[in-house]
Ligand binder design. Structure first.
Ligand code: PMP
Length: 373
């Protein structure tokens, strides 16, 4: 092979590969992996069947760019019923997971010089997408003492005349925190008063044990609401999600979506349609089991001397440790994969993220191993 020197684009040099993805490579078969960001459940049978039918019917062609109209309509109704967001089917774009929706938002709206406010700590994709669009991430602090909930006053402190957007994520990855209604409303007001766009990532909406989910899109149409099927229906590999945005935003977003993926997989869209219109008992069952594991992991970690909030949603806990690098290394030496909290922002420095998307028995085993470090 001829070796030639090709430099990557500067924007790519600004980001690194995900530390969590790297973790997938590590463990030997005996290792308990608490680094995982996806449900350990299978896709419900009715959804599998719908996708098999799609293949048998040769529903394997391009779909409309925004997705199947029937699915857009079902999502618009869902947004009205569950989230109190009044919208039209045409304002919904079916995306290749929430990831593509977030990428499209950043490419369509962020520019060099723009500041984008995001929670500290938060999902590591956000800063990568912000940097890929040449904008600057500005972290709003979340505190252990507040169960890591993002508070409106901490967002307000970070607003400048360069602020272009605020990213919300409730329930949160990596902390499991669920925002209070007053903060959601107050942040919407701040955004309206200062001409700032809100991007609301609601992918863990249905995985909630205490409190209620409040959508910022219910209070303003200056919000792009993002959701998907990866977590609620364990459909991570099927790459299907969606965004809802008013007409004006929608047109810009469609430009990115159209040239990026053309449309989302027809088969996954058929699965998504069944997910929303079919029985919801698998979701209830999954959330009930997650709660059982959450109770186990929170109690065990607190007993072991790692202060841990009783996470209200998602499937992560974010215990406090003395030094996260040392903890992650020692845990791995003892057969437990965790993720160092600083991957999610500087406020994660003395924390690690543990996912309980693993069996109850494995979590018990992991806690026993951690008791020895
Ligand atoms: N947002 C958050 C907060 C996430 O945790 C994830 C997945 N880890 C995503 C978005 C991306 O989800 P999807 O599979 O729908 O692209």
């Amino acid at each position: 092979m001829v070796k030639i020197m090709i430099n990557p684009a500067r924007r790519v040099n600004r980001i690194e590969l995900s530390q969590i993805r790297k973790m997938f490579v590590a463990p030997n078969p005996d290792t308990v992996n608490l680094g995982i960001g996806e449900p350990d459940f299978d896709v419900p049978e009715n959804i599998k069947l719908a996708m098999q039918e799609a293949i048998n019917e040769n529903d394997t062609h391009y779909t409309p760019n925004k997705g199947y109209e029937e699915l857009q309509e079902v999502i618009a109704n869902k947004l009205d019923k569950d989230n109190n967001i009044k919208t039209e089917a045409d304002n919904v774009i079916i995306t290749a997971g929430a990831s593509e929706a977030l990428y499209a938002c950043s490419q369509a709206f962020f520019d060099k010089g723009d500041e984008i406010i995001l929670p500290n700590p938060s999902f590591l994709g956000y800063s990568a997408w912000i940097k890929l669009s040449d904008a600057t991430p500005v972290f709003a602090d979340c505190y252990f003492e507040n169960e890591f909930k993002l508070k409106a006053e901490d967002v307000e402190k970070k607003i400048t005349d360069k602020t272009k957007a605020i990213i919300l994520n409730s329930p949160s990855n990596p902390t499991g925190s669920v925002m209070d209604k007053e903060d959601v409303k107050a942040i919407v007001d701040l955004a309206t008063d200062n001409d700032i766009l809100i991007i609301s990532d609601e992918i863990y909406e249905k995985i909630i044990y205490k409190g209620k989910h409040y959508s910022s899109g219910a209070y303003s149409d200056n919000v792009i609401t993002i959701n998907g099927f990866s977590k609620t229906y364990a459909m991570t590999g099927l790459r299907v999600g969606y965004l809802n945005a008013n007409e004006q935003f929608n047109e810009e977003l469609l430009k990115i979506h159209q040239y990026c993926v053309a449309c989302t997989s027809s088969i996954s869209q058929r699965g998504a349609l069944e997910a929303l219109t079919g029985p919801q008992d698998s979701v209830k069952k999954m959330v009930k089991e997650f709660k059982r594991r959450r109770d186990l992991i929170v109690t065990s970690l607190n007993d072991l001397g790692y202060p841990t909030c009783n996470a209200r949603g998602a499937f992560y806990v974010f215990p406090q440790v003395d030094d996260s690098n040392t903890f992650v290394r020692k845990a791995l030496d003892n057969g437990v994969v965790t993720v160092g909290g600083s991957a999610f922002g500087s406020n994660g420095k003395n924390h690690v993220r543990m996912s309980y998307a693993n069996s109850y028995e494995n979590i018990e085993l992991a806690m026993e191993r951690l008791s020895k470090i």
